[in-house]
Ligand binder design. Sequence first.
Ligand SMILES: Cc1cc2nc3c(=O)[nH]c(=O)nc-3n(C[C@H](O)[C@H](O)[C@H](O)COP(=O)(O)OP(=O)(O)OC[C@H]3O[C@@H](n4cnc5c(N)ncnc54)[C@H](O)[C@@H]3O)c2cc1C
Length: 227
Amino acid sequence: VITRKIHNLGHLVLESVSGSDLDIVNSARVSFNESSQGMDDRNRGLINFLMRERHGTPFEAPTIRWDVKAPIFVFREWHRHRIGWSYNEHSARYSVIPNEYYIPEPESITTQVGKPGEYTFEPMDEMESETYRGIIAATQHNSFTAYERMLEAGVAKQVARAVLPVGTYSRMKAGCNLRSAMHFLSLRNHAQAQYEIRAYAEVMEEMLAEHFPVAIEAFVKNGRVCP
Ligand SMILES: Cc1cc2nc3c(=O)[nH]c(=O)nc-3n(C[C@H](O)[C@H](O)[C@H](O)COP(=O)(O)OP(=O)(O)OC[C@H]3O[C@@H](n4cnc5c(N)ncnc54)[C@H](O)[C@@H]3O)c2cc1C
């Protein structure tokens, strides 16, 4: 199990991986009623060919399971990825949500400059960043005070959670196949993706590169387009 801390309190844990580059090769080679026993230059070439020509289904052979802790707004983005993914999330109906929330690093407090479709996110000066970090922390703190007060008064957890902001941390189990993971990476480990989800996607890509070195190298080499 490989664990990486992300942001102030988040994490990405690679819980299990089934399959390898060789399984991708053999999923393709079954077309010709053939199979390989190990990776060699011919098989590396085959993976690159499959990636380049977007023969995607052999990349569905490996499966991966993650444990993820991230702010709710990151989960909102993540859960838009429907195909090939399966999710189970901590329930705010059945259990109390821990008092844990996202506080951006000062350099992540940015301002949007430009118009829709053509904008950049620029840093703010240090004083301003600290002010807005303080506002985020105070708002979260006040929300948790209200949440805990309602729980103490006997309000049901499923109702009291209504006051918790999207910066609150949640936890989930997420599983997918390698092809779905690459589709996720193509959109979320990308300059256009929001920094907070990209931080997870960057770590995910590093972890996948250790298990599927040939497939991930081919993915990057072919423009990071999902096959
Ligand atoms: C930078 C960025 C900004 C975004 N902004 C917004 C936003 O403002 N508002 C918003 O609502 N979402 C937004 N999204 C989310 C985006 O619209 C997608 O929901 C998300 O990226 C998941 O992509 P997907 O549908 O390709 O993935 P998946 O759901 O995993 O689907 C994978 C692929 O399967 C196929 N597919 C899946 N479902 C269908 C279907 N019903 N019909 C036909 N083909 C299908 C498509 O080829 C799709 O690419 C944004 C995403 C990014 C990366």
